[in-house]
Design a protein around this ligand. Structure first.
Ligand SMILES: *[C@@H]1O[C@H](CO)[C@@H](O)[C@H](O)[C@H]1NC(C)=O
Length: 188
């Protein structure tokens, strides 16, 4: 009996070490490598939305399940503290759906607020992937991680990086966009 308990303990300890090595600081979300003097200019321009992650059992990813692909354009508004965010979403059934919203940039902050959605907070995390960004979007009712890339096709290692980081945050429900159809035109 004691022998068995000891084995069980070693087994648990092994699991514990495994989880530590997978979820060390390299696989945690961190804002450390954001260059604040370049913020937000380094995030302007075109982005492709490739994947999202959420805590299992929540509905945070529901809105993405109809998407085939999505391209985004980020521009500085005339007012410096606002970003114009436009999307062209290809729905699996075929149609293109344009979307647009305004991000508010509180002075000196690297967190984004969404105009018209006072409870929504968007934080940016640069992963190891040099041409990617991970957004963490939280609201009253949901929390999710979103992976954007400058290129529509992402190297497998960087997709794996996103999945690993997401899992380490407890966001193990992961959705990748199928990207089977052509990209839509972003409307000005
Ligand atoms: C951040 O960006 C500024 C302006 O482009 C640059 O001069 C500086 O070297 C960058 N800092 C780091 C740590 O990359």
């Amino acid at each position: 009996m004691i022998h068995n308990i000891w084995h069980y303990f070693l087994y648990l300890y092994g699991l514990f070490l495994d989880s530590l090595s997978v979820c060390d600081n390299n696989n945690r979300l961190s804002t450390l490598s954001i260059n604040k003097t370049q913020f937000p200019s380094q995030y302007l321009g075109r982005w492709y939305f490739l994947a999202a992650a959420a805590i299992p059992g929540t509905t945070a990813l529901e809105t993405f399940t109809v998407m085939d692909n999505a391209e985004f354009s980020v521009r500085q508004c005339r007012e410096e503290e606002k970003l114009d965010f436009r999307a062209a979403i290809r729905i699996k059934d075929g149609p293109c759906v344009p979307r647009k919203w305004i991000y508010l940039l509180p002075e000196g902050s690297i967190e984004l607020r969404t105009e018209g959605h006072p409870d929504r907070l968007t934080q940016l995390f640069p992963p190891r992937c040099p041409h990617c960004v991970i957004l963490k979007e939280t609201d009253n009712s949901y929390a999710r991680l979103l992976l954007y890339s400058r290129t529509p096709q992402l190297e497998e290692e960087f997709m794996e990086e996103f999945k690993k980081k997401s899992s380490c945050e407890g966001y193990t429900d992961i959705l990748t966009l199928p990207q089977q159809q052509d990209y839509c035109q972003i409307e000005d």
